[in-house]
Write a protein that binds this ligand. Structure first.
Ligand SMILES: NC(=O)C1=CN([C@@H]2O[C@H](COP(=O)(O)OP(=O)(O)OC[C@H]3O[C@@H](n4cnc5c(N)ncnc54)[C@H](OP(=O)(O)O)[C@@H]3O)[C@@H](O)[C@H]2O)C=CC1
Ligand SMILES: O=C1CO[C@H](CO)[C@@H](O)[C@@H]1O
Length: 290
């Protein structure tokens, strides 16, 4: 991988860029401007969701960029209150409408269950997946996948599917390595993607971790670049978000250095902070908590 334009090949033969741009909280600033800025910085892969409230502005920025649609890789996700066969199909149409696009490159189920107490999640997941399979078979979407699905959730999908998931988007960073989930994804040829790859950045625990800071000094890069390069070298697609042009640039400047095997091992085995966001079985986000 030499640049953010380089791609992995997914299990259906489709190409996916090795770095994406996250749009959650892009609404905190002017998200059309933020997205335009990210496009100018070179990003073409954008991650959104019906939850984020960024689909309309992302669509607007794409349109106004004048860059052909095919040069972008656009991913959205259906929220927990849009699950079920009919719910998922209708949600896809709403996302397309907000984005003003004719198709998405990937459409994902955002969470495997609507709440920790929701007992019948297996049935709901399969019904939702069937809708995504039909969208895929009808060629309305280029690819379909999962988000926040752990091995036991994916087992259920694999038992009932006719189309295999292409990707799974998980919280992944050096403080939360998720080895078991990653080994499972590798075994099943499902591409891992990292949400909150910077551990939510800013002055977070991860950005101030002494070992990450030591490596940043050694490689003459920032702590954020260490986190992103670490994911890249593990074959994981990071989806960093930034509203700041300098940090947008910095987050894609991760191809001119290589973390040694020894330092990779130290990063892989560093003390874990655990999950910072939510856990797919214990702490499920509420749509109102944005
Ligand atoms: N599937 C899912 O359930 C989830 C998916 N996601 C996706 O993943 C994306 C990224 O995750 P997110 O939670 O936003 O967290 P990130 O780990 O990407 O961190 C974003 C924060 O880091 C700051 N930041 C960005 N670049 C740098 C840098 N170089 N140095 C220091 N700080 C920096 C940003 O501030 P600033 O803007 O000021 O630069 C922002 O506050 C989301 O936008 C979304 O698309 C996220 C959560 C859950
Ligand atoms: O995608 C997402 C963005 O972050 C939110 C807050 O952690 C999550 O709930 C959601 O899944």
């Amino acid at each position: 991988m030499d640049s953010i334009y380089d791609c992995y090949t997914l299990n259906n033969g489709m190409q996916i860029p090795c770095v994406g741009f996250g749009t959650y909280k892009a609404m905190d600033t002017d998200s059309v401007e933020v997205t335009k800025c990210a496009i100018e910085a070179g990003y073409r892969y954008f991650d959104t969701a019906s939850l984020y409230g960024t689909e309309e502005d992302l669509g607007k920025a794409i349109k106004e960029s004048g860059i052909p649609r095919e040069e972008f890789f656009i991913v959205s996700k259906l929220w927990t209150d849009e699950m079920g066969y009919e719910g998922a199909k209708a949600a896809y149409e709403r996302s397309l409408k907000r984005l003003q696009l004719g198709y998405l490159d990937l459409y994902l189920i955002h969470w495997p269950r609507p709440s920790a107490e929701y007992a019948d999640w297996k049935k709901l997941d399969v019904e939702t997946w069937k809708a995504l399979e039909d969208l895929y078979k009808e060629k309305k979407v280029r690819g379909i996948g999962l988000s926040n699905f752990l091995p036991h959730h994916i087992d259920n999908i694999l038992e009932h599917c006719t189309v295999k998931p292409l990707v799974d988007q998980l919280e992944l960073h050096p403080g939360y390595a998720q080895e078991t989930a990653l080994a499972y994804l590798k075994e099943h040829d499902i591409q891992p993607q990292a949400w909150s790859p910077l551990g939510r950045g800013g002055r977070s625990e991860l950005m101030q971790n002494p070992f990450i800071m030591e490596l940043a000094g050694k490689y003459e890069v920032s702590p954020a670049q260490i986190c992103l390069r670490f994911l890249l070298q593990r074959g994981i697609i990071p989806l960093p978000k930034s509203g700041n042009p300098e940090r947008m640039r910095q987050n894609q400047d991760i191809f001119s250095f290589e973390i040694t095997r020894e330092d990779m091992y130290r990063l892989e085995t560093m003390p874990q902070t655990g999950w910072l966001g939510e856990h797919p079985d214990f702490k499920i986000p509420d749509k109102k908590v944005q």
